[in-house]
Write a protein that binds this ligand. Structure first.
Ligand SMILES: O=C(O)CCC(=O)C(=O)O
Ligand SMILES: [Fe+2]
Length: 178
């Protein structure tokens, strides 16, 4: 997972002409949180949401959908789009840290997980973070070129503190916008 995350982040940084080596090194050393989720079958799936609408607070998220049972949905142009599982594939999702670092060019999409009437679904999610020594803010290349930063710059500890102490009725990313 570390290799996949590092190489994805490197490509994403290169596409924006950012200091790709520095950014991928940060993900080489960072914290990776793994969450396994089990969604039991539900006789009334239309009345239940497995994981409610949110965007991830990671840099990027790598998701393994076990058993090819669909459930993940991404909000695209105001519509929920189901991500069809592909055998053995990893779903990569952008988290808030990449949104901030790219000064809003990459967006952390809202997504949710639905439940299935007949089948149990399991997913394994790896939330990939840069090293805790890295400041979380728009990449220095944006400020150098005179582009105004759209997000605050925080230490890793501040970022996590704000996330875990936030009010749930306020959008987390909006709190970090300037
Ligand atoms: O289980 C899934 O498909 C999504 C899980 C997820 O979005 C999360 O854990 O943040
Ligand atoms: Fe998520």
């Amino acid at each position: 997972m570390r290799k996949v995350a590092t190489s994805l982040v490197r490509s994403m940084a290169m596409a924006l002409e950012l200091e790709a080596q520095e950014i991928s090194d940060a993900y080489q050393e960072g914290l990776y949180e793994v969450r396994t989720t089990l969604y039991p079958p539900c006789p009334e799936p239309e009345r239940v949401i497995g994981i409610t609408q949110h965007a991830d607070y990671s840099g990027i998220t790598l998701l393994l959908e076990c058993g090819n049972i669909p459930g993940l949905q991404v909000l695209k142009d105001g519509q929920w789009v189901t991500v069809i599982p592909v055998d053995g594939a990893i779903v990569a999702n952008i988290g808030h840290i990449m949104e901030i670092m790219s000064n809003g060019i990459y967006k952390a999409p809202d997504h949710r997980a639905m439940v299935n009437r007949f089948k149990e679904r399991r997913s394994i999610t790896t939330f990939c973070f840069p090293s805790s020594s890295v400041k979380i803010g728009p990449a220095k290349e944006f400020t150098k070129s005179g582009t105004p930063p759209l997000y605050r710059t925080l230490t890793y500890a501040e970022y996590r503190h704000i996330f875990y102490n936030r009010r749930l009725d306020v959008s987390f990313i909006d709190m970090l916008k300037l």
